[in-house]
Design a protein around this ligand. Sequence first.
Ligand code: NAD
Ligand code: IPM
Ligand code: MN
Length: 351
Amino acid sequence: MKVAVLPGDGIGPEVTREAVRVIEALDLGISLQEAPVGGAAYKAHGHPLPSATLDIARDSDGILFGAVGDPDCDALERHLRPEQAILGLRKELTLFANLRPAKVFKGLEDHSALRPEVASAIDLLIVRELNGDVYFGEKGFRTAPDGSREGYDIMSYSESEVRRIAHVAFRAAQGRGKRLCSVDKANVLETSQLWRDVVIETAADYPDVTLTHMYVDNAAMQLVRNPGQFDVVVTGNLFGDILSDQASMCVGSIGMLASASLGERQTAHGTFGLYEPIHGSAPDIAGKGFANPMATILSAAMLLRHSLGKSAEADRIETAVGKALEDGVLGRDLGGSAGTTEIGDAVLERL
Ligand code: NAD
Ligand code: IPM
Ligand code: MN
């Protein structure tokens, strides 16, 4: 079993270190290969996703990814910016299905931005499309009709892109509460009208799943009004990006939400994928030692489950995180005082 470890920038290396300690403690004979990515790779090799890094990623059974993003690089041409590394990996490796589960751990109800009785009902999965939408359309700058500057990014989805993510979402719903809510903006956008039509067509294959539709503005509101109503949510790249950050605060903190990005490629042990916390490189707290590594540790659990066929070990990691939280091991993001390594230690002890 080969895992590529791409720590990246800012708090990326800090949180990845703790997840690696957890993987190593399980002693599963996994070979870990680290490679530079993001701003760190740009500074060392002149490119945010060096071909050697991409090769290591492609050659692995799964990728553990920290975060990319560096304020020093914000003025670079877009293709050289750190963020292009994660976009490039998702696109090059056809990782089109991003699973972002959000569940309130016992003991965290009082740390949500929502009232405890509202927060405690949250157990949802956001299935975010990752290879299309406004992220990957034609973009650029041009002159507007009035002579002023104009920026543009084309939003589009092909039928096949929608259909393949819809299948993933319906299958995920079958394995959970059998309810799927498709989130779009079909009242305004043609991209969303096609999305909705194709999701409805795909539903014919899944008669046991109840499908509903919601406009994204309402979904943002419902997510804080009554998040317990959602089981699986399927949505496009941009809406899914925004709604998942919002969902993270509903369960307590952005430092808690893990993710898996999957495609269709199978490995010897499961499905090839990339695993990362949903948060970024957090330059405001980088190097201070109090980034919460739980989202990355939980991402490592998803890696074991989906790519390495180690479900029991994945369960063990999630249980250990849950126990640490129940015992009051909380990072500053959750109103506690535990530092990054302290949280890692606490999870390891309970493992
Ligand atoms: P961010 O997620 O990095 O940080 C947002 C806020 O949440 C900050 O106040 C930060 O301190 C806090 N935070 C994030 N993770 C935390 C953790 N584990 N523990 C405690 N607090 C945490 O978002 P941003 O500030 O908008 O972006 C910073 C950089 O990260 C940008 O360059 C952005 O492009 C990049 N980014 C990368 C990824 C990725 O690599 N997948 C994801 C999001 C943002
Ligand atoms: C995420 C991030 C990325 C995204 C950025 C860094 C490209 O926000 O993984 O959620 O928008 O997908
Ligand atoms: Mn995001």
